[in-house]
Design a protein around this ligand. Structure first.
Ligand SMILES: [Fe+2]
Length: 389
């Protein structure tokens, strides 16, 4: 048994209900929490869907008033969270319901932190800096990727420094996740692709993380197996609810793994790029993943061999060199099959901007658990490959 497996590890998750129409149990839980003035945190894009109205209609009879906060944007900002928190307090709200993708749920988590702890949301950056638990938080995720509905992570953009800050604390684990594949049926195929690749990245980074454990490994591997089976089907016009359920289950298992094992260099570099250049998180990860696998492989080849088996690759008797190429080929094929490009085209990129990207990536907390330490030069070279001018 390796030394790592004998080290102490913790595993924190919320109450989870997963299945078709799980969201329709919301009324029962509103009553459980005895909430009278919930605040719904959501975005403007999903409010016209039938499944959204069905869900909201179930809440209203159980509360005095349902307040809406939908001033959320992709890559959620500190100012949005501060505005939401001040509204939550001034209206005397007693529970938060987040219905949306990772950005909405991260914003809801940040509102919850400030509502209970005061100060500025950026005061809580880092690991275990949140002292008081927030008000009850119920999440209904509408994408299969971020797993913010089960994770100890909240990512928020510092709008002064143009950096995404990571708040990592068990105090931001939601109380309840109602994980329902129905909202995924109305998700745009490109968003589906990017969020699914984000989930795959969570699973791979958690599996090779320096703080992985027996409990996180089992979820990471199962997640890779599930996502590999359904990712291409999930972006087709004839996708089925069964396919989307499998994708959601894969995303959930990735969330259970990375929330407790943390992430790695893909996320560190993606947070830096996404924060400064305002790029979609899943797209950044999809583009970076193959490059980081190439750099990390030699440090933990046997763990990548396990990953390859979940990708359905026949690798029992192949050399490490061939194994690496087989994994990269499958990851690239997956990205191409769901129509995500290999790089992002920028108007111009000054040297000072790249320096800032490199510095922020190296300082991101996710870099700490990457299986090997990346040099400034390695990070710079990868940015040069994925950001084309
Ligand atoms: Fe992610």
């Amino acid at each position: 048994m390796s030394e790592t497996l004998l080290e102490l590890r913790k595993f924190v998750i919320p109450e989870i209900i997963i299945g078709v129409d799980a969201r329709l149990l919301i009324d029962r839980y509103i009553s459980h929490f005895n909430a009278k003035k919930p605040m719904l945190v959501t975005d403007k894009d999903i409010q016209h869907f039938e499944w959204f109205h069905q869900t909201i209609a179930l809440i209203r009879p159980h509360v005095e008033k349902l307040f809406f906060f939908d001033d959320t944007t992709p890559n959620p900002k500190d100012v949005e969270a501060m505005c939401g928190a001040s509204l939550f307090l001034s209206l005397g709200c007693d529970l938060i319901i987040a219905i949306g993708g990772g950005s909405v749920i991260d914003c809801a988590k940040c509102i919850s932190i400030v509502a209970s702890n005061g100060g500025n949301v950026l005061d809580y950056e880092g690991v275990d800096e949140v002292l008081m638990p927030g008000p009850p938080l119920i999440c209904i995720p509408t994408t299969a990727g971020s797993s913010a509905d089960v994770s100890q992570f909240a990512i928020i953009k510092d709008t002064s420094a143009h950096i995404k800050r990571a708040i990592i604390s068990k105090k931001v684990v939601p109380d309840l996740a109602l994980i329902d594949p129905v909202p995924l049926m109305s998700m745009d195929p490109y968003l589906t692709a990017c969020t699914a690749m984000d989930a795959l990245t969570h699973a791979i980074e958690a599996y090779v993380s320096s703080t992985h454990s027996a409990l996180t490994d089992v979820h990471a591997l199962e997640s890779i197996r599930l996502i590999n089976q359904v990712i291409e089907k999930s972006v087709r016009p004839d996708r089925t609810i069964e396919t989307m359920f499998q994708l959601m289950l894969g995303s959930l298992q990735a969330g259970l793994a990375f929330s407790n094992a943390s992430l790695g260099a893909v996320h560190a570099m993606s947070h830096s790029m996404g924060g400064l250049l305002n790029l979609p998180h899943g797209e950044c990860n999809s583009i970076l993943l193959e490059h980081i696998i190439r750099l990390n492989f030699e440090t933990v080849p046997n763990r990548y061999r396990d990953i390859a088996r979940q990708l359905d690759l026949l690798v029992d008797k192949v050399s490490d060199a061939l194994l690496l190429e087989m994994i990269i080929n499958r990851i690239v094929a997956m990205r191409e099959n769901v129509n995500i490009p290999a790089s992002i085209t920028m108007d111009a990129l000054e040297k000072a901007t790249v320096d800032y990207l490199v510095e922020n990536a190296l300082n991101d907390p996710c870099m700490v658990t990457n299986p090997r330490t990346l040099t400034k030069e390695e990070v710079r070279i990868i940015y040069g490959r994925v950001l084309q001018t």
